[in-house]
Design a protein around this ligand. Structure first.
Ligand code: SF4
Length: 335
């Protein structure tokens, strides 16, 4: 659970029951309480890039979602469901490092009823097709779930919806409050996992592999659809043994179940590399451009990916190893 150093309340959030409840909770805690009338967050301190980053990461903003236009989220879902933005985790490679500004605070939205009403309109517009919403496109929503209960509300909401589906991904493990909810098989919970080496070197402030696995086992026991995102995959000297061990572990625990895999090799943009180096100047992330292939992405900017021969070797490896335990169709993609 996220334990922030400071909490900033947008005035508008205090008009909502959840906003008031969160205020009541933090009033009795040893945290700095601040307010923002305009919704602009200007009170986070920090002189250097690194200070700003860590202070941002220690800040929770309680606000409302003003825009009810949802961003598209292809190909994994139709729309992003805006529940939270930002994350308390400090993964060195995180895609949010280029998205959340220099002070990457976590913001939770308390106007969930309005957000879900808007989701229902999107579902209606797309009938008779189903509509899938992704709840973790710009965050990891689990560490702030005890404050808002937003995921729980979404799970119940989509559990009752005929044509709406919900999914989210997490590296965190505080999922017990979700286990007894009536999800009716409409929610998929994916766990983002990696080898112990990668977690301890780069995924600061996140749970260990074993704990993520135990959370996934519980979620499966509660009848949810479960998936694993193995990402980012790094090709380091012992990668085959270590990723092989992960798959064996999943295979041994989940072999009779229908679970899904998404596998994403490590890639970086030049901008991401610059940002990472300002915050983590001693990072050991492999970002030598000359060791990679440059590839233009669908959004017009280029990224550095593993070379073709390395990628095809990686793809073969995962297909073969996952294939020992699961049907081929369990692999959604390997990129
Ligand atoms: S847990 Fe996910 S969202 Fe959070 S910092 Fe790590 S990669 Fe980013």
């Amino acid at each position: 659970m996220f334990q922030p150093k400071r909490v900033v309340f947008e005035n508008a959030a205090l008009e909502y029951r959840t906003g008031k409840k969160i205020m009541e909770y933090f009033k009795h805690k040893d945290v700095e309480l601040l307010f923002s009338k305009s919704g602009r967050i200007t009170q986070i301190p920090g002189n250097t890039a690194s200070e700003m980053y860590f202070e941002g990461k220690s800040t929770l903003v309680v606000g409302i979602r003003k825009s009810y236009k949802f961003q598209s989220c292809k190909p994994s879902a139709q729309y992003q469901l805006p529940l939270v933005s930002g994350c308390m985790g400090m993964c060195e490679y995180c895609y949010l490092n280029t998205k959340m500004g220099k002070k990457p605070y976590t913001k939770i939205y308390v106007n969930i009823d309005e957000i879900l009403n808007r989701a229902d309109k999107y579902i209606e517009e797309r009938l008779p097709d189903v509509t899938v919403f992704e709840g973790a496109a710009t965050s990891d929503p689990i560490p702030v779930e005890p404050y808002t209960g937003n995921l729980g509300k979404c799970i119940l909401h989509f559990g009752k919806s005929k044509n709406g589906y919900f999914k989210f991904v997490t590296k965190f493990t505080d999922i017990d409050n979700l286990l007894n909810l009536k999800h009716n098989g409409k929610t998929t919970i994916r766990f983002s996992i990696n080898t112990d080496k990668i977690i301890s070197e780069f995924e600061h402030g996140t749970p260990k592999f074993k704990d993520r696995m135990n959370a996934a086992i519980k979620v499966l026991g509660a009848g949810y659809n479960v998936g694993f995102i193995i990402a980012p995959v790094f090709l380091y000297p012992d990668w085959e043994t270590e990723y092989g061990n992960i798959i064996d572990d999943i295979g041994n625990n989940f072999h009779d179940s229908s679970i899904s895999f998404e596998i994403i090799s490590h890639r970086f943009t030049r901008r991401a590399k610059e940002n990472i180096l300002t915050v983590y100047p001693k990072t050991m992330l492999p970002m030598e451009e000359e060791m990679r292939k440059f590839k233009y992405g669908q959004f017009g900017y280029g990224k550095y990916v593993y070379r073709d021969n390395e990628l095809s070797c990686m793809k073969e490896f995962f297909k073969e190893n996952i294939g020992k335990y699961f049907d081929k169709s369990s692999i959604k993609y390997i990129i």
